[in-house]
Design a protein around this ligand. Structure first.
Ligand SMILES: Cc1cc2nc3c(=O)[nH]c(=O)nc-3n(C[C@H](O)[C@H](O)[C@H](O)COP(=O)(O)OP(=O)(O)OC[C@H]3O[C@@H](n4cnc5c(N)ncnc54)[C@H](O)[C@@H]3O)c2cc1C
Length: 390
């Protein structure tokens, strides 16, 4: 077991940091903190990520994939500001899912523009009445004369306000029935416009998070994604990678909060001394550093296991639940070390605390993650209730 980064991993980390510090954070700082950034910010970023081979991280080389390991991808990802990390994960993850599920024609026609960063992509599964239980989808794909139309509403979708296309999960009602089968359909905005709007949220306020309404929106038969290749390597990588990847944004936030807190504790004086000279303050800094180190390790471990072919949904769920909780507490402790200043927008810690809470819900709430992990430990399904006789 070697805990040192390889030369390639160091260069991934450094290029992620450079991108964040030189190009993304300055753009974020030049826009209002509570409003979504212009679409061009995400477009520019995706072009840069495409250049680095990171818009097709999970794709095979012949489809434009970079062949990068998931641990290396995570090390890069950790350096990005969370709003752009989430947006790029949603884009890349949606592309990987379309590639995994789509037929050859769909792969050839649709995937290249997402991999090149020319178009922004996202996935719409969640609905007003359907969240943790994806089987409850109500959006319907049905026939209207000789056309196909989509009806329904998707909520809490990353990138939806700026996307060029969305992969929508829906019930297949093309036979006139109530829809027993779930299919996916790609809606391309330039062919069939649909309404989307931002949702005002606690955190990620400069991000592109929102809802979409499909009010008899026409879709095309060639964009219905029917194949059910569940269990392919790409899909397994999608479940086991997204959670530790997303969690590394919590590590990013906690690391920034910690760096600020160490600096502040060194120069803020009370009772005649820097507060860093107090034992209780040192304990708080030690707790924060421990939370960051353990969180980073558990995420790296989950991603490294995916690279080794031993990653599981349980490991990924464990990494996300642990990291989000530990990093949220760490940021809170860092805020506390700033006293009243920690509550001010100027110190930026309150924004980090709001952002880290967003990570608790996306890609599985803490309760759902505990149940996914528990199922793997016990072999018993508790999400929907245990089977009879257990
Ligand atoms: C930052 C962010 C990004 C997101 N991006 C996307 C996206 O790109 N695409 C997309 O489709 N969706 C996205 N979502 C939506 C997200 O996937 C859902 O919000 C999430 O799955 C939870 O669903 P819900 O909000 O409807 O909560 P619900 O499922 O209604 O849960 C409400 C509460 O009940 C608990 N609960 C539910 N079932 C159980 C159970 N069996 N046992 C115990 N407790 C239970 C939950 O833990 C939670 O506390 C995103 C959300 C966020 C916050």
């Amino acid at each position: 077991m070697d805990f040192t980064l390889t030369h390639e991993q160091e260069s991934m980390r450094d290029s992620g940091r450079r991108l964040a510090e030189r190009e993304i954070y300055p753009r974020m700082d030049s826009h209002p903190k509570h409003l979504p950034l212009p679409k061009e910010v995400l477009g520019d970023l995706l072009h840069k990520l495409a250049h680095l081979g990171l818009t097709g991280a999970r794709l095979p080389a012949e489809a434009g994939g970079s062949g990068i390991g998931m641990l290396d991808y995570g090390i890069f990802f950790e350096q990005l500001p969370p709003i752009v990390a989430l947006a790029s994960m949603a884009h890349e993850g949606s592309t990987a899912r379309l590639f995994a599920d789509g037929n050859e024609e769909q792969r050839a026609r649709l995937v290249p523009d997402f991999v090149s960063g020319k178009q922004i992509f996202c996935t719409g599964s969640t609905e007003p009445d359907t969240g943790s239980d994806p089987r409850g989808v109500r959006t319907r794909l049905r026939k209207q004369g000789d056309k196909l139309v989509l009806e329904g509403r998707k909520m809490w979708i990353s990138n939806v306000t700026v996307c060029d296309a969305i992969l929508v999960t829906c019930l297949d009602c093309r036979d006139g029935g109530s829809g027993k089968r779930v299919v996916k359909v790609v809606v391309e905005r330039d062919r069939t416009p649909f309404h989307s709007a931002p949702i005002d949220t606690l955190g990620y306020r400069q991000g592109w998070f929102g809802e979409a309404v499909f009010d008899e929106v026409e879709v095309f038969a060639e964009n219905v994604v029917e194949s059910e290749r569940e269990g392919t390597a790409i899909l397994k990588a999608s479940w086991s990678v997204n959670r530790p990847l997303f969690s590394l944004s919590a590590v990013h936030l906690a690391q920034r909060a910690y760096d600020l807190a160490v600096e502040y504790a060194g120069h803020r004086r009370q009772f005649g001394q820097p507060i860093a000279a107090r034992q209780l303050v040192q304990k708080e800094l030690s707790d924060i550093a421990t939370a960051i180190a353990t969180s980073r390790l558990i995420c790296y471990q989950a991603l490294s296991a995916v690279d080794a072919g031993t990653g599981t949904e349980g490991m990924a769920a464990m990494a996300k639940r642990y990291t989000q909780n530990a990093c949220r507490d760490a940021i809170w402790k860092a805020m506390n070390l700033f006293g009243a200043m920690g509550l001010s927008a100027d110190a930026k810690l309150e924004g980090m605390y709001r952002d880290v809470n967003m990570i608790a819900v996306g890609d599985g709430t803490n309760e759902i993650l505990a149940l996914i992990h528990g199922r793997e430990i016990t072999g018993i399904e508790a999400l929907r209730g245990a089977p009879k006789g257990v």
